[in-house]
Ligand binder design. Structure first.
Ligand code: ARG
Length: 437
């Protein structure tokens, strides 16, 4: 009798354990619950698509998506209400140019004492800071060792807090170029995956390898860079045929190409080769502007970077040669961005965060205004236009029914003062609140 009782108890305990393990694995209990309804009352709403803000808007969020939005919408019974009547609500911001794993501390230490494992262990911190700053989506344009793919997976599965991500994996560049290690002993070798490819065959193979391992887009190093030791800043680093092959191969797999290009010639070559965006674009000339306009190529100008590099990179031990390259392009880049904006080239917001601390992304808005953009244009560059560049207009970049409930709020009116976006008070991603002050 006693024995039978024990067996009975054991069975009961086991079944509870099994059932809770089942729930713990994220399974729903048999009866399906209706998705959560949230009603957000927004004092002002900048929805991303319209030019004017909407007063006293209600945004209905069902589960992870926006269900309805409009002025004075009726709030259904049972909905949880979030009161943002004193704030301006906007779509979650999008940064189209980040390096989430980078964080310069010291030039030589970063190069020689850190391994990609150091980055992999700490990258979640940068992801969290980025999201809390109001950037609910990022397009990350180059990381070592597929750390970006792993981070994207961890975020998508809900185990790590961070923005939605599109990732480029290893930036693809030529031997001796911006993606290579230049200026060191020829015997120096790092035992890690390489983004170096020379010639059409190697380029096609590397694109395939990256797509196979999780790349959402391809990053091309079209010209020389600043924060690397090759001689010039801006000389082309691939032939036109190589650029074309990369774009063609990427397109076969349904992927767009983002081209790092500072130099006049390289910008035009990459544009003609069919890249989706020119990153940096520092030395663009009138012909380049005309070409980009014709083709609808996006310009992603990192207008804040110069500020931070000039202020901090000497202290971080960057070689004189690199600092000199920065002083050659920094101001020119802003002047040229101004010309491109005035000419009507499409722009998307991208900062190069990682060169400066993650979470400071919004500091760039004020610099874009200095480059001739209106506050609304800067906001649209970081919302609707960025979503268009990512091919994600059906998911993010606006406050509209059917899109993810990715929303932020600020106290003041960013159409008057864009620096309001540096002080984000509320962040929701996919219907989940990550910040509320
Ligand atoms: N990652 C870029 C490069 O090394 C940063 C350029 C920063 N400077 C600038 N003026 N935008 O080329």
């Amino acid at each position: 009798m006693k024995h039978a009782m024990k067996i009975f108890l054991l069975a009961a305990v086991l079944s509870v354990l099994v059932f809770s393990a089942f729930l713990g694995a994220g399974q729903q209990p048999a009866k399906s619950e209706a998705p959560r309804l949230i009603a957000i009352r927004a004092g002002h709403l900048i929805d991303g698509r319209s030019a004017a803000s909407i007063q006293n808007a209600v945004i209905l969020v069902e589960g992870e998506k926006i269900k309805a939005v409009g002025p004075n919408l009726a709030i259904p019974a049972g909905a949880q209400v979030i009161d943002l009547t004193k704030s301006t609500v906007l779509p979650g911001l999008i940064d189209c140019h980040t390096h989430i794993g980078y964080e310069p501390a010291n030039y030589y230490e970063d190069l020689f004492r850190k391994s990609p494992i150091d980055i992999a262990v700490t990258v979640h911190l940068a992801a969290k800071r980025t999201l809390e700053a109001g950037f609910t989506t990022i397009r990350d344009v180059g990381e070592p060792e597929f750390i970006d793919v792993a981070l994207r997976r961890a975020i998508d599965s809900g185990r790590v807090v961070g923005p939605r991500m599109q990732v480029a994996t290893l930036a693809i560049g030529a031997t001796g170029g911006h993606a290579d290690m230049v200026g060191f002993s020829p015997y120096l070798k790092f035992g890690q995956f390489s983004g170096i490819a020379d010639g059409i065959d190697e380029i096609r193979k590397l694109v395939r390898f990256e797509v196979k391992n999780g790349a959402d887009l391809i990053k091309m190093i079209a010209t020389a860079g600043v924060l690397s030791e090759e001689e010039s800043v801006g000389a082309p680093q691939f032939s036109f045929e190589e650029m074309k092959a990369m774009v063609e191969e990427a397109a076969m797999w349904g992927k767009k190409v983002a081209a790092h290009a500072h130099g006049t010639e390289g910008i035009k070559m990459a544009t003609r080769a069919g890249v989706a965006s020119i990153e940096h674009g520092s030395l663009i000339d009138d012909e380049g502007i005309r070409l980009m306009k014709e083709r609808g190529t996006y310009l992603v100008g990192d207008a804040y970077n110069h500020e931070y590099i000039t202020a901090e990179f000497k202290r971080l031990g960057y070689p004189e040669h690199i600092l000199k390259k920065e002083s050659l392009v920094g101001e020119l880049q802003r002047e040229n961005l101004k010309r491109a904006v005035a000419a009507g080239v499409k722009t998307a917001f991208g900062t190069d965060a990682g060169v400066f601390p993650h979470g400071w992304n919004a500091k760039q808005f004020a610099f874009l205004v200095k480059c001739g953009m209106t506050p609304l244009q800067t906001i649209q560059a970081a919302t609707v236009s960025a979503a268009d560049l990512l091919g994600w207009s059906d998911r993010v970049g606006a406050v509209a029914p059917g899109l993810y409930a990715d929303l932020i709020a600020v106290d003041g009116d960013p159409l008057q003062d864009v620096t309001e976006l540096e002080r984000v008070r509320f962040v929701m991603k996919g219907g989940v609140v990550y910040r509320k002050e």
